[in-house]
Design a protein around this ligand. Structure first.
Ligand code: NDP
Length: 248
Protein backbone atom coordinates (compact mmCIF):
# COMPACT_ATOMS: atom_id res chain seq x y z
CA UNK A 1 0.00 0.00 0.00
CA UNK A 2 2.81 2.40 0.96
CA UNK A 3 4.73 1.68 -2.14
CA UNK A 4 2.09 1.69 -4.81
CA UNK A 5 1.95 5.07 -6.46
CA UNK A 6 1.28 3.63 -9.92
CA UNK A 7 -0.93 5.94 -11.97
CA UNK A 8 -0.13 8.93 -9.74
CA UNK A 9 1.67 12.06 -10.82
CA UNK A 10 4.03 13.85 -8.45
CA UNK A 11 6.00 17.09 -8.44
CA UNK A 12 9.10 17.57 -6.29
CA UNK A 13 10.53 21.08 -5.89
CA UNK A 14 14.23 21.62 -5.37
CA UNK A 15 14.96 18.29 -7.05
CA UNK A 16 18.30 19.38 -8.54
CA UNK A 17 20.17 17.59 -5.76
CA UNK A 18 20.16 16.66 -2.07
CA UNK A 19 16.94 15.40 -0.55
CA UNK A 20 14.79 16.59 -3.47
CA UNK A 21 16.67 14.39 -5.94
CA UNK A 22 16.34 11.47 -3.52
CA UNK A 23 12.60 12.09 -3.02
CA UNK A 24 12.09 12.11 -6.82
CA UNK A 25 13.85 8.74 -7.03
CA UNK A 26 11.81 7.26 -4.16
CA UNK A 27 8.44 8.36 -5.60
CA UNK A 28 9.39 7.12 -9.08
CA UNK A 29 10.49 3.78 -7.64
CA UNK A 30 7.04 3.54 -6.02
CA UNK A 31 5.50 3.97 -9.47
CA UNK A 32 4.69 7.69 -9.69
CA UNK A 33 5.37 9.71 -12.80
CA UNK A 34 7.57 12.48 -11.41
CA UNK A 35 7.97 16.11 -12.45
CA UNK A 36 11.49 16.99 -11.33
CA UNK A 37 11.37 20.71 -10.57
CA UNK A 38 14.26 23.07 -9.96
CA UNK A 39 16.13 26.17 -11.06
CA UNK A 40 19.09 24.52 -12.80
CA UNK A 41 18.21 22.82 -16.11
CA UNK A 42 21.27 20.57 -16.23
CA UNK A 43 20.93 19.42 -12.64
CA UNK A 44 17.25 18.51 -12.91
CA UNK A 45 17.92 16.73 -16.21
CA UNK A 46 20.59 14.72 -14.36
CA UNK A 47 17.96 13.76 -11.75
CA UNK A 48 15.64 12.66 -14.57
CA UNK A 49 18.42 10.58 -16.15
CA UNK A 50 19.02 8.82 -12.80
CA UNK A 51 15.30 8.18 -12.29
CA UNK A 52 14.91 6.74 -15.80
CA UNK A 53 18.05 4.61 -15.41
CA UNK A 54 16.33 2.98 -12.42
CA UNK A 55 13.25 2.28 -14.54
CA UNK A 56 11.15 5.26 -13.41
CA UNK A 57 9.35 8.00 -15.27
CA UNK A 58 10.53 11.61 -14.93
CA UNK A 59 10.43 14.91 -16.76
CA UNK A 60 12.17 18.18 -15.92
CA UNK A 61 10.25 21.34 -14.96
CA UNK A 62 12.08 24.66 -14.59
CA UNK A 63 10.75 26.10 -11.36
CA UNK A 64 12.10 28.79 -9.06
CA UNK A 65 9.68 28.81 -6.13
CA UNK A 66 10.21 32.56 -5.63
CA UNK A 67 8.90 33.26 -9.15
CA UNK A 68 5.07 33.36 -9.19
CA UNK A 69 4.91 33.12 -13.00
CA UNK A 70 7.04 29.97 -13.04
CA UNK A 71 4.91 28.45 -10.27
CA UNK A 72 1.73 29.17 -12.27
CA UNK A 73 3.31 27.69 -15.42
CA UNK A 74 4.31 24.49 -13.59
CA UNK A 75 0.64 23.82 -12.76
CA UNK A 76 -0.88 25.06 -16.03
CA UNK A 77 -0.97 21.53 -17.46
CA UNK A 78 -3.55 20.28 -14.95
CA UNK A 79 -1.66 19.69 -11.72
CA UNK A 80 -0.44 16.67 -9.79
CA UNK A 81 -1.74 14.08 -7.34
CA UNK A 82 1.27 14.52 -5.04
CA UNK A 83 3.34 17.65 -4.43
CA UNK A 84 6.52 17.62 -2.34
CA UNK A 85 7.45 21.13 -1.24
CA UNK A 86 11.15 20.49 -0.71
CA UNK A 87 12.99 23.57 -2.07
CA UNK A 88 14.73 25.46 0.69
CA UNK A 89 17.79 27.43 1.63
CA UNK A 90 19.59 27.58 4.96
CA UNK A 91 21.02 30.70 6.54
CA UNK A 92 23.52 30.46 9.34
CA UNK A 93 24.25 33.59 11.37
CA UNK A 94 23.36 35.62 14.45
CA UNK A 95 19.95 37.30 14.59
CA UNK A 96 21.66 40.54 15.69
CA UNK A 97 23.42 40.93 12.36
CA UNK A 98 21.04 39.22 9.90
CA UNK A 99 20.49 41.68 7.05
CA UNK A 100 17.05 42.55 5.73
CA UNK A 101 18.04 41.04 2.39
CA UNK A 102 19.06 37.71 3.94
CA UNK A 103 15.91 37.61 6.08
CA UNK A 104 13.71 38.24 3.02
CA UNK A 105 15.57 35.69 0.89
CA UNK A 106 15.04 32.92 3.44
CA UNK A 107 11.40 33.75 4.13
CA UNK A 108 10.65 34.18 0.42
CA UNK A 109 12.09 30.77 -0.44
CA UNK A 110 11.39 28.63 2.62
CA UNK A 111 7.97 29.97 3.66
CA UNK A 112 6.43 32.03 0.84
CA UNK A 113 7.78 29.54 -1.72
CA UNK A 114 5.98 26.72 0.08
CA UNK A 115 2.76 28.73 0.12
CA UNK A 116 3.04 29.70 -3.57
CA UNK A 117 3.50 26.10 -4.64
CA UNK A 118 0.92 24.66 -2.20
CA UNK A 119 -1.71 27.21 -3.27
CA UNK A 120 -1.13 26.58 -6.99
CA UNK A 121 -1.15 22.82 -6.36
CA UNK A 122 -4.41 23.02 -4.41
CA UNK A 123 -6.08 25.28 -7.00
CA UNK A 124 -5.21 22.73 -9.70
CA UNK A 125 -6.44 19.84 -7.53
CA UNK A 126 -9.75 21.65 -6.87
CA UNK A 127 -10.04 22.38 -10.59
CA UNK A 128 -9.50 18.70 -11.41
CA UNK A 129 -11.95 17.71 -8.65
CA UNK A 130 -9.81 14.85 -7.41
CA UNK A 131 -7.91 15.96 -4.31
CA UNK A 132 -4.36 14.96 -3.57
CA UNK A 133 -1.51 15.03 -1.08
CA UNK A 134 0.82 17.94 -0.36
CA UNK A 135 3.90 17.21 1.73
CA UNK A 136 5.80 20.22 3.06
CA UNK A 137 9.40 19.57 4.04
CA UNK A 138 9.88 21.55 7.24
CA UNK A 139 12.61 20.77 9.79
CA UNK A 140 13.12 20.08 13.48
CA UNK A 141 14.20 23.75 13.47
CA UNK A 142 10.51 24.51 12.91
CA UNK A 143 9.69 22.85 16.25
CA UNK A 144 12.66 23.83 18.45
CA UNK A 145 15.26 26.55 18.12
CA UNK A 146 19.03 26.42 17.75
CA UNK A 147 21.57 29.22 17.76
CA UNK A 148 22.28 31.22 14.60
CA UNK A 149 19.22 29.96 12.75
CA UNK A 150 16.59 32.63 13.47
CA UNK A 151 15.35 33.25 9.92
CA UNK A 152 15.46 29.57 8.95
CA UNK A 153 13.76 28.44 12.17
CA UNK A 154 11.06 31.12 11.83
CA UNK A 155 10.41 30.10 8.21
CA UNK A 156 10.22 26.40 9.08
CA UNK A 157 7.92 27.05 12.08
CA UNK A 158 5.79 29.01 9.62
CA UNK A 159 5.72 25.99 7.31
CA UNK A 160 4.50 23.75 10.15
CA UNK A 161 1.66 26.15 10.99
CA UNK A 162 0.84 26.89 7.33
CA UNK A 163 0.51 23.13 6.86
CA UNK A 164 -2.19 22.99 9.53
CA UNK A 165 -4.03 26.08 8.20
CA UNK A 166 -4.13 24.72 4.65
CA UNK A 167 -5.14 21.25 5.88
CA UNK A 168 -8.12 22.77 7.65
CA UNK A 169 -9.27 24.77 4.62
CA UNK A 170 -8.65 22.16 1.95
CA UNK A 171 -9.88 18.95 3.62
CA UNK A 172 -13.32 19.58 2.08
CA UNK A 173 -11.69 19.26 -1.35
CA UNK A 174 -10.04 15.94 -0.55
CA UNK A 175 -6.63 17.58 -0.28
CA UNK A 176 -4.37 16.40 2.53
CA UNK A 177 -1.52 18.64 3.69
CA UNK A 178 1.16 17.31 6.03
CA UNK A 179 4.67 18.28 7.06
CA UNK A 180 7.79 16.14 7.30
CA UNK A 181 10.35 17.46 9.79
CA UNK A 182 13.77 15.92 9.25
CA UNK A 183 16.59 16.16 11.74
CA UNK A 184 20.19 16.28 10.51
CA UNK A 185 20.40 14.35 7.26
CA UNK A 186 23.72 13.84 5.52
CA UNK A 187 23.84 15.42 2.05
CA UNK A 188 26.66 16.78 -0.13
CA UNK A 189 26.07 20.18 1.38
CA UNK A 190 26.80 19.29 5.01
CA UNK A 191 29.05 16.20 4.71
CA UNK A 192 32.28 18.17 5.29
CA UNK A 193 30.86 19.92 8.36
CA UNK A 194 29.71 16.70 9.99
CA UNK A 195 33.17 15.21 9.44
CA UNK A 196 34.68 18.09 11.45
CA UNK A 197 35.10 18.10 15.27
CA UNK A 198 32.18 20.56 15.65
CA UNK A 199 30.03 18.33 13.47
CA UNK A 200 30.97 15.17 15.38
CA UNK A 201 30.15 16.94 18.68
CA UNK A 202 26.73 17.79 17.33
CA UNK A 203 26.08 14.18 16.33
CA UNK A 204 26.93 13.06 19.89
CA UNK A 205 23.90 15.05 21.11
CA UNK A 206 21.51 13.04 18.90
CA UNK A 207 20.10 10.13 20.97
CA UNK A 208 20.72 7.63 18.15
CA UNK A 209 24.32 9.00 17.90
CA UNK A 210 24.26 9.21 14.15
CA UNK A 211 23.33 11.42 11.23
CA UNK A 212 20.29 10.53 9.20
CA UNK A 213 20.66 9.29 5.65
CA UNK A 214 18.20 10.40 2.94
CA UNK A 215 16.78 6.86 2.93
CA UNK A 216 15.80 7.32 6.62
CA UNK A 217 13.02 9.60 5.32
CA UNK A 218 11.60 7.16 2.78
CA UNK A 219 8.98 5.61 5.07
CA UNK A 220 7.58 8.94 6.23
CA UNK A 221 7.65 10.38 2.71
CA UNK A 222 5.80 7.42 1.19
CA UNK A 223 3.33 7.31 4.08
CA UNK A 224 2.39 10.98 3.65
CA UNK A 225 2.43 10.92 -0.16
CA UNK A 226 0.30 7.80 -0.49
CA UNK A 227 -3.22 6.76 0.45
CA UNK A 228 -1.69 4.87 3.39
CA UNK A 229 -2.17 8.17 5.27
CA UNK A 230 -5.71 8.74 3.98
CA UNK A 231 -6.99 9.87 7.43
CA UNK A 232 -3.97 12.08 8.19
CA UNK A 233 -3.96 15.78 7.47
CA UNK A 234 -2.49 18.79 9.27
CA UNK A 235 0.09 16.60 11.01
CA UNK A 236 3.85 16.70 11.18
CA UNK A 237 6.08 13.66 11.22
CA UNK A 238 9.51 14.02 12.82
CA UNK A 239 12.38 11.82 11.58
CA UNK A 240 15.42 12.90 13.58
CA UNK A 241 17.01 9.97 15.45
CA UNK A 242 15.44 11.34 18.63
CA UNK A 243 17.15 14.74 18.40
CA UNK A 244 14.05 16.63 19.58
CA UNK A 245 13.90 14.52 22.72
CA UNK A 246 17.58 14.95 23.55
CA UNK A 247 18.23 15.36 27.24
CA UNK A 248 18.10 18.80 28.88
P1 NDP B 1 20.17 21.25 -0.63
O1 NDP B 1 20.75 22.60 -0.49
O2 NDP B 1 21.03 20.10 -1.04
O3 NDP B 1 18.94 21.30 -1.62
C1 NDP B 1 18.06 22.38 -1.62
C2 NDP B 1 17.31 22.36 -2.93
O4 NDP B 1 16.43 23.48 -2.94
C3 NDP B 1 18.23 22.50 -4.12
O5 NDP B 1 17.77 21.64 -5.12
C4 NDP B 1 18.05 23.95 -4.52
O6 NDP B 1 18.16 24.20 -5.89
C5 NDP B 1 16.60 24.14 -4.15
N1 NDP B 1 16.23 25.54 -4.11
C6 NDP B 1 16.75 26.52 -3.35
N2 NDP B 1 16.14 27.68 -3.63
C7 NDP B 1 15.22 27.41 -4.59
C8 NDP B 1 14.28 28.20 -5.29
N3 NDP B 1 14.15 29.52 -5.10
N4 NDP B 1 13.48 27.59 -6.20
C9 NDP B 1 13.60 26.27 -6.42
N5 NDP B 1 14.48 25.47 -5.81
C10 NDP B 1 15.28 26.05 -4.90
O7 NDP B 1 19.47 20.93 0.77
P2 NDP B 1 18.77 19.62 1.32
O8 NDP B 1 18.55 18.65 0.26
O9 NDP B 1 19.52 19.22 2.51
O10 NDP B 1 17.38 20.23 1.83
C11 NDP B 1 16.13 20.00 1.18
C12 NDP B 1 15.01 20.46 2.09
O11 NDP B 1 15.07 19.73 3.31
C13 NDP B 1 15.12 21.95 2.48
O12 NDP B 1 13.82 22.51 2.54
C14 NDP B 1 15.75 21.89 3.85
O13 NDP B 1 15.44 23.03 4.63
C15 NDP B 1 15.11 20.62 4.41
N6 NDP B 1 15.86 20.02 5.50
C16 NDP B 1 17.11 19.48 5.30
C17 NDP B 1 17.79 18.90 6.36
C18 NDP B 1 19.15 18.30 6.20
O14 NDP B 1 19.78 17.97 7.23
N7 NDP B 1 19.68 18.10 5.00
C19 NDP B 1 17.21 18.86 7.71
C20 NDP B 1 15.90 19.45 7.80
C21 NDP B 1 15.25 19.99 6.72
P3 NDP B 1 19.47 24.83 -6.63
O15 NDP B 1 20.23 23.61 -7.05
O16 NDP B 1 18.91 25.59 -7.76
O17 NDP B 1 20.18 25.68 -5.62
Amino acid sequence: MFEDLKGKTALVTGASGGLGRHFAQVLARAGAEVAVAGRRARAIEETCVQVRAAGGQARPVILDVTDAAQVAAAFSGGGFDIVINNAGIALDGPALTTTAEDWSRVIDTDLSGVFRVAQAAAQAMVGAGKGGSIVNIASIAGLRVAGNLAAYAAAKAGVVHLTKACALEWARHGIRVNALCPGYIETDLNRAFFASEAGRALIRRVPQRRLGQPSDLDGALLLLASDASSFMTGTEIVADGGHLVSSL
